[in-house]
Design a protein around this ligand. Structure first.
Ligand code: SF4
Length: 345
């Protein structure tokens, strides 16, 4: 075993965090933990992981569940395509792999929602496949350690780091190596103020030795942020309201929300928008809350209008009439959840 790997594994042995999926060899549970952690902090992810594997203990249980049930359990984690993809992938495993999680890299990588990193993590931890798993933590640590100034947001840099990690990866314990690399970036070589004085690599680290820790890694996004303007109507009639399911191939697909009119800019003509609902109003619409919700590549400017109506508008196939006390039974996006809590206590 090379010197770098020996130092890393010794450090990991002593410093790794105790996590519910640590030491886990069931590929299904490793998969669940990796998908949850893709865009979620560990502290928040733990309780979701525990609830998820308790409710759906294996691939078959997840495959047999209703998608609405899966989304409800995911509520609050965001990036709901992760849950939808897992559900679809579980059904694929049930139908095409006899319910047994595949054990070769190509089959794991071809499952919906599984990219290079996740396939390598599952493959190495569950099946001992010699695949380096390179996530943001590993990129940061390797960029600082080796003095790599390439933009880590681009795929070619990730490939380069993957090749470097491949040289350090020990054949006898690739899963432990991958977890140790990620843990190093997660708890020692952290984005701001890394713990260099406690780092076992301080003597060889390029960034530390050259006073460049604050300048590495280089991360430049070329992505343009898109603004969207969502205007929601909360119609109230006899203690009931209307919710609708988002069906288009768009953010929050299959989650519920109040009837929505999206406008191209912040300018919004409320009366004109309401005319399309053929309603008999009892009160004029009142703007009760507005907020900006930040997603990775989008900023959602959401407004919520409340109005009492004589009767709810005709119910379309993707809509449901909901007694106010049942509003929380539906899977909704964070912004709608906050609105419900604010307005209905
Ligand atoms: S010395 Fe500091 S910058 Fe270098 S790898 Fe260790 S924690 Fe990261």
């Amino acid at each position: 075993m090379n010197k770098f790997t020996k130092i890393l594994l010794n450090w990991f042995d002593e410093h790794q965090r105790v996590l519910p999926w640590r030491g886990e060899t069931d590929p299904y549970k490793i998969w669940v933990s990796e998908i949850i952690l893709q865009q979620t902090r560990v502290v928040q992810g733990i309780s979701y992981y525990q609830r998820f594997v308790e409710k759906f203990p294996d691939v078959t249980a997840l495959a047999s569940a209703d998608e609405a049930e899966v989304l409800k359990l995911w509520q609050g984690l965001g990036y709901y395509s992760r849950a939808r993809n897992m559900h679809a992938a579980a059904q694929f495993i049930r139908d095409h792999h006899h319910g047994v999680f595949p054990s070769d890299y190509k089959s794991i990588r071809s499952l919906k929602g599984i990219g290079d990193y996740t396939a390598a993590a599952i493959g190495s931890i569950a099946f001992g496949l010699p695949c380096p798993a390179v996530d943001g933590n590993v990129l940061r640590f390797v960029a600082r350690y080796t003095g790599l100034y390439d933009n880590i947001a681009v795929e070619s840099t990730r490939r380069h780091v993957e090749a470097l990690c491949g040289q350090w990866l020990p054949a006898e314990c690739p899963g432990t190596f991958n977890q140790a690399m990620m843990e190093m970036g997660a708890i020692c070589c952290v984005p701001k103020s890394p713990d260099c004085s406690q780092c076992p690599f301080v003597d060889q680290c390029f960034a530390f030795q050259h006073g460049q820790v604050d300048q590495l890694p280089v991360k430049e996004h070329a992505v343009k942020i898109k603004r969207r303007y969502f205007n929601y109507f909360i119609f109230l009639s006899g203690g009931r309201t209307l919710l609708q399911r988002r069906e288009a191939d768009d953010i929050w697909k299959n989650l519920y929300e109040f009837p929505l009119v999206e406008s191209p800019s912040s300018h919004f003509d409320v009366d004109r928008a309401l005319a399309s609902f053929s309603l008999d109003w009892e009160t004029t619409p009142e703007l009760v809350w507005e907020t900006r919700h930040v997603l990775t590549h989008r900023h959602i400017f959401a407004r919520f209008y409340v109005l009492n109506v004589k009767s709810l508008p005709p119910v379309l196939p993707h809509q449901v009439v909901v007694p106010l006390e049942n509003l929380r039974s539906y899977a909704v996006a964070k912004v709608t959840e906050i609105a419900i809590n604010k307005l209905f206590g």
